[in-house]
Design a protein around this ligand. Sequence first.
Ligand code: URA
Length: 243
Amino acid sequence: MSAKNKKLIPLEKILFSQGFGTRRHCSNLIMADLVQVDGEIIDDPDRLINSEGLILTIEGETWAFHEKAYVAFNKPTNYECSHKTKHHPSVYHLLPAQLIERGIQCVGRLDQDTTGLLLMSDDGQFIHQMTTPKKNIGKIYEVTTTDIITSGQINHLLSGVVLDDDPKPCFATQCHQEDEKKLVLTIVEGRYHQVKRMLAAVGNHVEKLHRRAIGNYELPTDLKEGHWTWLTAENMKALFGKD
Ligand code: URA
């Protein structure tokens, strides 16, 4: 089988993989003439289609085929990174039904009041790689504090602070002061409320927290709050620290 043929997949299976509902529902959409491939209506659910670079039109909406979903989301404040939320709506409500249907999950969580870059994916291995401290992937936060930041506090963050639930210290791998009450701080772990607890441990307090980047991938400036975008192959390399 040639490399090209390997990408040939029955249309019904393609729709199912992209989160367009049950097999039966996908089949019905196709047989009802509601699915186009390159502008041509295909009414046979078993028609083999090359999935590489495929753009579908389903019920009038275009959908680019992605074997796995890798998404960057600009998280607004007052949303929770959970399906079962306690006090605020869920970030999952801001995504299309197709992404939910295919089981997309947050890659680590941001607090309800934290804004900025949140990755989401349906690839469990990717989620693990991005969240394990072993991979040393930096999560870069803009931290606005209540009190003026001292050089002693910065040294403490860099040399390691002990949080109350673990004797193992956690470190800022980088820490730059941008303003008297603003830091840009990098961590590679993702402990519960980590940045807020680290700042509290050095005697300050986080007023505002925004995730600016992960690895070398920065939140795109044109991605509005509450909006998402597919990650390109280049973006994926940047996440792992390669430009
Ligand atoms: N650290 C925190 O304290 N909160 C976040 O949302 C992310 C990191």
